[in-house]
Design a protein around this ligand. Structure first.
Ligand code: PBG
Length: 327
């Protein structure tokens, strides 16, 4: 018998056979595009640390929503930057809050676009923490009340999915209960269940102007060293009523993603966060890497690790590449 019997290269010699035996594929409808909305008209502030990503006023946001639909994206997730911040993040819970206004306008024009609303206080509080601050600590249970009020405001505005990203204990149960009591039985919760205290969020905090004034988020977001704890967090959130769970960040946490996918039977999403986006763009813009190829390789790795969907600033670019490839 000739040696070797198996030659792995036989299935790599041409693009057609490679395509046939490809193990991981993804489509635009698995990509969620994060967008930042702020008050005003004609506002299009490019975020310095995130090339081609903008803080947009609602009139400038709407064309992006049209594009998301046209590209067949899975949907968008909205983050708000209010004009005024205060200790309890009033804008997050008000029917006139910037995200609530945006949702109403989007849903009027594009009812078929899936609109997810990030539910957290950090973009709305003047101290930049994800809840009510008391003696330098976030008061968990007082924050739950604000989150419930925020979820209700988002639901009233017409959000399709609410996505709590605060990491307070008990928030999923609390928000689910509040939504159900108010009759929003059909609105799913996407929980940022395994969210780490990561330094990869730096550019987002520029974008959302949400860096904590003092301290950090280590008393509520998870320690990056912990993987088993992620399973506990995810299972708790599912028990409390999470319909979908998320691992965040993605690239540096692919092991966590794989393990979460193995352990639970709800859809598992991953957030390819701002720092992951900016690193790729920065290197690509210097000509050090091929940005498009690295983007597709990164997204492919997140799907290979088990994601059912990915939140990514690359969503429109990746969708365009996928469209080209499928021609
Ligand atoms: C809000 C929130 C953050 C991100 C998503 N929701 C920031 C944070 O926790 O500091 C980060 C997203 C990104 O980096 O792209 N809590």
């Amino acid at each position: 018998m000739a040696f070797p019997v198996h030659r792995g290269r036989r299935l790599r010699y041409n693009p057609a056979v490679r395509r046939l035996v490809r193990e991981t594929r993804f489509v635009p409808s698995q990509l969620i595009y994060p967008l930042f909305v702020r008050p005003g008209t004609g506002v299009e502030n490019e975020i310095p640390s995130m090339p081609d990503q903008y803080q947009l006023s609602i009139d400038r946001l709407l064309p992006r929503c049209a594009e998301a639909l046209e590209l067949g994206l899975g949907g968008i997730i909205l983050f708000g930057i209010p004009d005024a911040k205060d200790p309890v993040g009033h804008d997050a819970t008000s029917d006139d809050g910037i995200v609530q206004q945006a949702v109403r306008e989007i849903k009027k024009r594009f009812p078929e676009l899936l609109v997810i609303t990030d539910l957290c206080m950090c973009e709305y509080t003047d101290h930049g923490h994800c809840g009510v601050l008391e003696d330098g600590d976030v008061n968990n249970d007082a924050t739950l009340e604000l989150l419930a009020a925020g979820a209700l405001a988002q639901a009233r505005a017409g959000a399709d999915v609410v996505a709590p990203s605060d990491m307070m204990d008990g928030r999923i149960g609390h928000v689910r209960h509040a939504l159900d009591e108010a009759g929003f039985l059909k609105i799913p919760i996407l929980s940022y269940a395994a969210k780490y205290a990561s330094s990869f969020y730096g550019p987002f905090r520029d974008a959302a102007e949400s860096a904590p004034r003092q301290g950090d988020r280590k008393s509520y977001q998870m320690d990056p060293a912990n993987a088993r704890e992620a399973i506990k967090e995810v299972k708790m959130d599912i028990d409390e009523g999470a319909d979908m769970v998320m691992v965040k960040p993605a690239m540096a946490y692919l092991d966590v993603l794989t393990e979460v996918k193995r352990c639970v039977h709800v859809p598992v999403l991953a957030y390819n966060v701002s720092g992951e986006f900016s690193m790729v763009r920065a290197a690509a813009d210097r000509g050090w890497i091929d940005g498009t190829k690295v983007m597709m390789e990164v997204l492919g790795s997140i799907f290979r690790a088990g994601a059912d969907g990915v939140l990514t600033y690359f969503a429109p670019d990746a969708a365009r590449v996928l469209r080209e490839e499928s021609r």
